[in-house]
Design a protein around this ligand. Structure first.
Ligand code: 5GP
Length: 184
């Protein structure tokens, strides 16, 4: 069987990665999203093992020591990491595996797996990003401000990504991503 493609899928907090991901899954049954580990608290409605594996900082550190992560990073005071084994198992089965990760992790994967496809999702404008982040109402003011500041820093990393996709509408963005992957 043909191996699937590994996709580094990055974009600022609030840009709409989750909504585009729903479209990707609806449009293509070969799309799989890797489930990361994080030390942040679950948001309302988030389920263990579906959106994330929610772990303590000690547990996260022991997973680092066991070399369990393909990549990991600290983002706004919490650790996030991609368990390596499930990713490789899905790739072997022919699935295209998306890693929805921030830029430091994205850079690690591009280095370790140069055959990956790297995609950066951009907002129509930073004003739009701010209103989306506030509009979803899942974070307090301090967290929103941290995430907006972090978005400005992440902008510097856009240039390392092979493909930039504008999220004007989630369905159009998802279709563009699928055509990038099919041509890669
Ligand atoms: P959130 O807290 O909004 O779910 O995620 C915060 C940021 O961490 C987002 O940019 C998200 O893409 C990123 N992220 C989620 N999982 C991982 C991961 O496993 N590794 C890295 N490096 N970043 C991740």
């Amino acid at each position: 069987m043909k191996k699937g493609k590994l996709v580094v899928y990055t974009g600022y907090s609030g840009v709409g990665k989750g909504t585009i991901m729903k479209e990707l899954k609806r449009l293509d049954d070969k799309v799989r999203l890797s489930v990361s580990c994080t030390t942040r608290e679950p948001r309302e409605g988030e389920r263990e093992g579906i959106e994330y594996y929610f772990v303590t900082k000690d547990k996260f550190k022991s997973l680092i020591d066991e070399n369990g992560f393909l990549e990991y990073a600290m983002f706004c005071d919490n650790y996030y990491g991609t368990p390596e084994k499930p990713v490789d198992e899905l790739l072997e089965k022919g699935y295209n595996v998306f890693l929805e990760i921030e830029v430091q992790g994205g850079m690690q994967v591009m280095e370790k797996r140069p055959d990956c496809v790297s995609i950066f999702i951009t907002p129509p404008s930073f004003e739009e990003l701010e209103s989306r982040l506030r509009g979803r109402g899942t974070e307090d003011e301090e967290t929103i401000n941290k995430r907006l500041a972090r978005a400005q820093e992440e902008k510097e990393f856009e240039k390392y990504y092979t493909h930039k996709v504008l999220n004007d509408t989630p369905e159009r963005a998802a279709r563009e991503i699928l055509s990038i992957i099919n041509e890669a």
